[in-house]
Design a protein around this ligand. Structure first.
Ligand code: PMP
Length: 321
C-alpha cells in the first residue's frame, strides 16, 4: 500500500518537478463573485484569492521577492538577522520563508496583535519584539528603524514600506496573472493601501498592459480603524513606495461596512475572508455601481481564520457597499 503511494508521489513529482514552499507562492485563483453583486448583472465581479498562498496571505509575494532580491544583492546571508515591522501577515511570510531558507527572523509588532498571529510566528521559529500598542504599526516602524541603524552589520532590514522589491512582486506577477485570468477583459482594478505594494505594483503593470484600465485605491476612513493591515495615509507614516498618482481615484471605507461585508461574503458566497477583504468588496461594489457594466477585479488579502476572535462575526448585519 505504502509502496503504491510512494510510487504515485514520485510519479506526480516527476510530472511537476520538485516543489518547495517558495514555489507555491503566487498563481492564486481568481474567484467569480455571483451573489453579493447580483443587483448589477451587467458587471462581472472577481477577487484574487490571496489566502491560497502557503503563508495564508498576499504578503507571501513581497516577502519572497524582498528576500530573493537581498540574496542576489548579498545584503542577506546566514550570518545576518532579518528584521522588519509588521502587523502580522508580512511577519508570517518572513517567518515561513526564513525557516525554509535557514535564516533568523526578528519581527517588531504592537503587542496587541492577535494571539493566533503570535502563535503562528513562534511555530515557524521567529523571534518577536513587542512595541507599544498605543503607537500602533508606526511605533513598530520607529523601533525597528532604531535597532537596524544601531547595528547594520548584524541585521538585514527588509523594510517592506520602503523597499521597491515589495511593489515589484506585484508588478511582475499579480498584474500579469489578473490580466491573463480575465483574458485581458478587466476594466477596473480595486485594492486597499497598507504598504501600498499590492495596489501600486499591480496597477502599474495593468496600465502598461491595458492603458484604459481604471485603478481605484481605498483606505480606512479614519485614523483609528479596524482594517488590519491597512493605513490611513493622511495620518500615518507614509510608505516611500506609495505613489498616489497611480490611482485614478481613492475611496474611503469604514470599519463597520467592512465587518458587515465580511459577514455577507461568508454567508452569501461561502468565503470566510479577513476584514480588509470585506473592505475590498465594499469598495469594488461602489465602483461597480457607478460603472454599471464592466469587469471589476479586487484582491482578498487573507482569510477570516486569523480574525475569528473578533466579535463582529456574532452580529448579524448588512452592508450596502
Ligand atoms: N490587508 C491585509 C490583511 C494585509 O495584511 C495587508 C498588508 N499590510 C494589506 C491588506 C495591504 O496590502 P499592501 O501592504 O500590499 O498595501
Amino acid at each position: 500500500m505504502r509502496e503504491k503511494a510512494n510510487a504515485a508521489a514520485i510519479h506526480q513529482a516527476s510530472l511537476t518537478g520538485p516543489t518547495d514552499v517558495l514555489s507555491l507562492i503566487g498563481n492564486t485563483p481568481l474567484m467569480r463573485l455571483e451573489r453579493v453583486g447580483r443587483e448589477l448583472p451587467q458587471v462581472e465581479l472577481y477577487a484574487k484569492a490571496e489566502w491560497a498562498n502557503p503563508g495564508g496571505s498576499v504578503k507571501d509575494r513581497p516577502a519572497k521577492n524582498i528576500i530573493l532580491e537581498a540574496e542576489r544583492m548579498r545584503t542577506m546571508s546566514k550570518d545576518k538577522i532579518l528584521v522588519d515591522s509588521t502587523s502580522g501577515n508580512t511577519g508570517i511570510a518572513y517567518a515561513m520563508i526564513s525557516a525554509a531558507r535557514g535564516y533568523r527572523a526578528r519581527l517588531f509588532m504592537p503587542s496587541n496583535v492577535s494571539l493566533e498571529r503570535k502563535r503562528i510566528l513562534r511555530a515557524y521559529g521567529a523571534e518577536i519584539v513587542y512595541t507599544d500598542p498605543m503607537e500602533g504599526s508606526d511605533g513598530a516602524i520607529r523601533r525597528v528603524r532604531e535597532v537596524a541603524a544601531e547595528n547594520p552589520e548584524l541585521y538585514f532590514y527588509a523594510n517592506q514600506y520602503d523597499n521597491p522589491a515589495n511593489w515589484r512582486a506585484h508588478y511582475q506577477a499579480t498584474g500579469p496573472e489578473i490580466f491573463e485570468q480575465t483574458a485581458g477583459r478587466i476594466t477596473h482594478f480595486v485594492a486597499g493601501l497598507g504598504t501600498s505594494g499590492t495596489f501600486v505594483g499591480t496597477a502599474r503593470r495593468l496600465k502598461e498592459l491595458k492603458p484604459d484600465v481604471r485603478c481605484i485605491s481605498f483606505q480606512p476612513d479614519a485614523p483609528f480603524h479596524g482594517l488590519e493591515g491597512m493605513k490611513h495615509m493622511a495620518t500615518a507614516i507614509v510608505p516611500k513606495i506609495y505613489d498616489p498618482t497611480v490611482a485614478d481615484r481613492d475611496l474611503a471605507v469604514s470599519t463597520e461596512d467592512a465587518y458587515a461585508m465580511a459577514l455577507r461574503l461568508a454567508r452569501e458566497e461561502g468565503l470566510l475572508v479577513g476584514v480588509s477583504s470585506g473592505a475590498a468588496m465594499v469598495a469594488a461594489l461602489r465602483v461597480a455601481k457607478e460603472a454599471r457594466h464592466g469587469v471589476v477585479v479586487t484582491v482578498f488579502p487573507d482569510s477570516g481564520d486569523k480574525y475569528l476572535s473578533e466579535r463582529f462575526w456574532d452580529e448579524a448585519g448588512t452592508a450596502d457597499g
